[in-house]
Design a protein around this ligand. Sequence first.
Ligand code: ATP
Length: 238
Amino acid sequence: MPAAIEVNHLHKSFARIEAVKDISIKFSEGEIIALLGPNGAGKSTFMNMLSGFLSPDSGKIIILGQDMASNPLQAKSLIGFLPEGSPLYGDMPVRRFLAYMAKLKSSNAPDVDKVISLANLEDVVNQKIETLSKGYKRRVGFASSLLGNPPVLLLDEPTDGLDPNQKNHMLKLISSMSKNKTILISTHLLDEAQSVASRILIMDKGEIKIDGSLDSILKQTRCFSLETAFTKLTKASL
Ligand code: ATP
């Protein structure tokens, strides 16, 4: 069985900034991976490349056997992506936006109702996206990433702007979906990473500094908490 996501020697620079430096890594089906790192570590650049949204300078991305460079449509059809920030098309009402995105993904109408319900959007389906609170906008983006039930989910700070109840709801939902999917979540919240992820990556200055379960990270760093391990591995970025 191929890895769900396979990345070989991925590299991306912006002018003189090396945002992602020669990353090679594999993720399997059923894994929830939390991607941690200080501001500017390269998390969004990495996720944007995995989603096919941004082209790497060099390196390969293979999604369930489909090469992102040579088979971009097939590879992208396997991915649900929640980028940083708000969804596009702010002047569209929620349901119309999701129906439009479903069409782009060749998904169908029952699927739109399903993601509206999963993301708890029933109360705002006819409201324009630009008039929603930050948390609701995030949930519209999340709902959009679930359209077509893709086997790979890339979620860039999915709980940003959510109140504690909504945050718990989303994390539970993500956990419940992990069985047949591979879910990569970027977050600044260490407790969130510990509660939802089976594997944690800490990134700094474009490199993955450590990769493993919470227990293995604590052992490798000889720390008693993820917070101290994080500080130890990324201190130079302060
Ligand atoms: P944050 O946690 O603040 O969202 P991040 O870990 O997601 O940060 P990136 O947004 O990937 O980090 O940025 C990595 C580096 O690349 C930063 O130095 C950033 O300024 C730079 N960078 C990212 N995108 C661009 C761009 N389009 N043009 C120029 N520099 C960029």
